[in-house]
Design a protein around this ligand. Structure first.
Ligand SMILES: Nc1ncnc2c1ncn2[C@@H]1O[C@H](COP(=O)(O)OP(=O)(O)OP(=O)(O)O)[C@@H](O)[C@H]1O
Length: 344
């Protein structure tokens, strides 16, 4: 079992409050990812769950038990850091088994657990090596293996892939997804990487300046963002924001439309504009425009397209794909029913 309940968590460093009342429920077996801009409090929240920071006020419960005064080692959690935090003088096997050894687990049981975790992570050939004799990806797998052998109630990951190169990030990401499926463990994960968040999470928690902006599945956040902040934060390239009046929708202060929900043509379309820049990504082409009617626009086209800077083009939004926001940035509606004015 491994459920987590956070109630009104506040944390201040000196006079500076970095967590401003966090309420969150994580169910047993869920994969929950914290995202948000740099400095919003993601790591502080994770460290508070781990017990590496004490909350200034509020309650942290694991499986219903208050753990605010329980030492980190006694909380039944295992944490995997960006920096691996392996002991350089110990072999892979000893690094993985150290926590269990210190807890007085019998040698035979430790060996069995290490063998099982090493099998899951394809680490068998490296058990006798020291960390310096491993690649970054292998070191991170050892750190994950060390967490697995402890059979924690909660796995906490703090940007575990950010020191790895692009290809290795993808492989390790797939490995973490596979592990989550096979272990059915509760995992809480902090990342800067949108793709990691979208692909791994059952539930994403979007934080900004110490508060939760929205909690939801990746597709809920993408298709039905609760406010301008989430709409702008989730999705890359970013959602286009157009003043309601300029869009022709005076019932909304701002209208949002994702770059893939705008079509481009050389003749005939809603908004005439000039191409400013084009990015060819292979599978997609991103076209940046400056339009007369609605200002700058980013358009994402599937496949390869030839558009040149300074070319005059016409952009047309997909009907029903809009998100509408009020003057406070709260969503009024999204998609085919909520995204358009009533008379459209
Ligand atoms: N030990 C500390 N003492 C004082 N201030 C701290 C301490 N730890 C974090 N902070 C401050 O708390 C705020 C939140 O930091 P935190 O590391 O949780 O953010 P984050 O969202 O994880 O950022 P990043 O994405 O850059 O890692 C920041 O303003 C940071 O400077």
């Amino acid at each position: 079992m491994g459920s987590l309940q956070l109630k009104s968590i506040r944390k201040a460093f000196g006079g500076h409050e970095v967590l401003k009342g966090i309420d969150l429920e994580v169910k047993d077996g869920e994969f929950v990812i914290f995202v948000g801009p740099s400095g919003c409090g993601k790591s502080t929240l994770l460290r508070t769950i781990a017990g590496l920071e004490d909350a200034t006020s509020g309650s942290v419960r694991i499986d219903g038990d208050e753990v605010g005064h329980v030492a980190p080692a006694k909380r039944g959690i295992a944490m995997v850091f960006q920096s691996y935090a392996l002991y350089p003088h110990l072999t892979v096997k000893d690094n993985m088994g150290l926590g269990l050894k210190q807890a007085g687990v019998p040698r035979a049981e430790i060996d069995e657990k290490i063998a099982k975790a090493a099998g899951m992570l394809s680490l068998e050939p490296y058990l006798a090596r020291r960390p310096a004799e491993l690649s970054g990806g292998q070191r991170q797998r050892v750190a994950i293996g060390r967490a697995i052998v402890r059979e924690p109630k909660l796995f906490l990951f703090d940007e575990p892939l950010s020191n790895l190169d692009a290809a290795l990030r993808v492989n390790t990401r797939l490995e973490i997804a596979r592990l989550h499926r096979s272990l059915k463990a509760t995992m809480i994960y902090v990342t800067h990487d949108q793709v990691e968040a979208m692909t791994l999470a059952d539930k994403i928690v979007v934080l900004s300046a110490g508060r939760i902006e929205q909690v939801g599945s990746p597709m809920e956040l993408y298709n039905r963002p609760a406010n301008l902040f989430v709409a702008g934060f989730i999705g890359s390239p970013q959602m286009n924001f157009i003043e309601g009046e300029r869009f022709g929708d005076s019932s909304a202060k701002t209208v949002g439309i994702r770059p893939e929900h705008i079509g481009l043509s050389r003749e005939g379309g809603d908004w005439t504009g000039k191409v400013v820049h084009v990015e060819h990504l292979g599978a997609d082409t991103i076209v940046y425009l400056e339009t007369e009617k609605v200002g700058p626009l980013t358009v994402r086209l599937f496949g390869e397209h030839r558009y040149d800077p300074d070319e005059i083009v016409h952009a047309t939004p997909v009907i029903g794909a809009m998100h509408r926001f009020d003057a406070d940035g709260r969503v009024l509606g999204s998609g085919s029913r909520g995204g358009l004015p009533a008379d459209a």
